[in-house]
Design a protein around this ligand. Structure first.
Ligand code: SF4
Length: 434
């Protein structure tokens, strides 16, 4: 099976040459080099997520921007970049470790020492204490988490600084602080007769280090999509209700699975007074959901599942819990990337799987398990825009800079933020080690 990038190149070429294409992609601009967007952003003075699933999301003005990639990397052919990356990697040896996220393009993942989800990768880096540089081929919050968990001597590098996460950017520290202030005014700070405080903040791993630190400071905790249920149970033991950010869908799907009624899950829109709620509905709430979402997982819908069931009777539909509730309800099961991978690995008979998660991961699973039929529920090729900003050209650049003794694109989390973020991460590990 060809990579997502190769498929996009083919579709756009066919479209240009014949006006028709065998397949479709959400944006023909995906076929270009990401440096075009870095330049376009610089000229427009406005940050953007680039083409792909989150292209319609509004990037906050403080979003990091990537300076221009030196021309030699833009002009280099795939073959030349391959030779240069392998040579730099061989020269650096154990001094550098490359991490590749499940949603990263194959052209980059092929050089990774570890492949996994964000938390697996941050932990994998810990097994390489001698590595002076951790090159995170993922997005900004992942590099921050790796910096929090790594030693101060290790430099975490994000090959393209514009590789953010539109979902993580939907909850900024100021808005969450403001929300917390308003909620504390309504709920007070006193525990109930069972010793449970009025509210516990829970942040998804897909959030800035500043928000993990906010949770650390305020008796809160971090969760992943693998342990969200355990973490919510932990929070309900200690608090009367939860403020869950930034992903409303993971929050709603998890709380629903614990029996929390939908009417006790108001949504907090940071642009509205009291988040768009009245005081009573907040007082009656069990989980207050931040108005955030992942634009990749938002693309999945019930119609796609119905079509898969019609086309492939007996199909096993598995979706990620960042998908909307109706999609999770209509699927056969829902779980993290790890869950999806394990479910496929566990199938002993040839099975047809329709998967609701990012296309790079689905295609990789399809190649890894040829005994099964595995396809993405979304027929349109639309990768995570920000993850797609990492092109082999950027990887070659950061590696060759390291060989030359220079560290570029280092992600550093402030020491005080690190300490508090670690508290929230340690609470998560203590809730149940993963
Ligand atoms: S897939 Fe969604 S949550 Fe993951 S990095 Fe991309 S935008 Fe963020």
């Amino acid at each position: 099976m060809s990579s997502v990038n190769t498929a996009i190149q083919l579709i756009t070429r066919e479209q240009a040459e014949q006006g028709t294409a065998n397949g479709s992609t959400c944006s023909p601009a995906l076929a270009k080099g990401p440096w075009d967007y870095d330049l376009a952003e610089a000229l427009a003075g406005k940050p953007a997520y680039g083409p792909g699933a989150s292209s319609a999301d509004v990037a906050p003005p403080e979003t990091p921007r990537q300076g221009q990639l030196p021309d030699e990397y833009k002009r280099a052919s795939d073959e030349e970049l391959d030779v240069r990356i392998r040579a730099a990697k061989a020269t650096l040896g154990d001094r550098a470790v490359i991490l590749g996220h499940f949603y990263q393009r194959d052209e980059v993942v092929q050089y990774a020492d570890f492949l996994g989800d964000s938390f697996q990768l941050a932990n994998a880096a810990l097994t390489k204490p001698d590595a002076e540089a951790i090159i995170f081929c993922g997005v900004h919050f992942m590099a921050e988490t790796a910096d929090v968990l790594s030693t101060p001597e290790q430099a975490v590098i994000l090959p393209n600084l514009a590789a953010g996460c539109s979902m993580a950017d939907m909850a900024d520290e100021d808005s969450v602080e403001e929300c917390w202030e308003q909620l504390t005014e309504i709920f007070g700070k006193d525990p109930d007769d069972d010793g449970r405080v009025p509210i516990i903040p829970v942040t998804y791993m897909n959030s800035s280090a500043a928000l993990k630190a906010f949770c650390g400071r305020n008796g809160g905790i971090v969760c992943t999509s693998s342990n969200a249920k355990v973490v919510l149970e932990w929070a309900f033991e200690r608090g009367q209700r939860v403020l869950f950010f930034p992903d409303q869908h993971l929050g709603r799907n998890t709380a629903k699975s614990l029996g929390v009624p939908l009417e006790q899950m108001p949504m907090w829109n940071p642009r509205k007074e009291l988040g768009g709620n009245d005081e009573q509905s907040l007082l009656d709430s069990r989980v207050i959901l931040w108005h955030g979402f992942c634009s990749v997982h938002k693309r999945f819908n019930v119609g796609q599942i119905e079509k898969a069931r019609l086309d492939f009777p007996g199909v096993n539909v598995i979706v990620h819990p960042e998908c909307p509730m109706e999609v999770v309800d209509a699927a056969d099961s829902a779980g993290s990337t790890d869950f999806i991978q394990k479910a496929i690995a566990a199938a002993t008979e040839p099975t047809t799987f329709a998967i609701g998660t990012e296309i790079n991961m689905v295609n990789r699973l399809a190649a890894e398990y040829p005994q099964h039929t595995i396809f993405c529920l979304d027929p349109v090729i639309c990768p995570c825009s920000t993850m797609y900003r990492i092109h082999p050209g950027y990887l070659a650049w950061v590696l060759e800079e390291l060989v030359a003794g220079r560290i570029v694109n280092r992600i550093t989390v402030d020491a005080a933020v690190q300490d508090n973020a670690k508290i929230a991460l340690e609470r998560m590990l203590a809730a149940r080690p993963i």
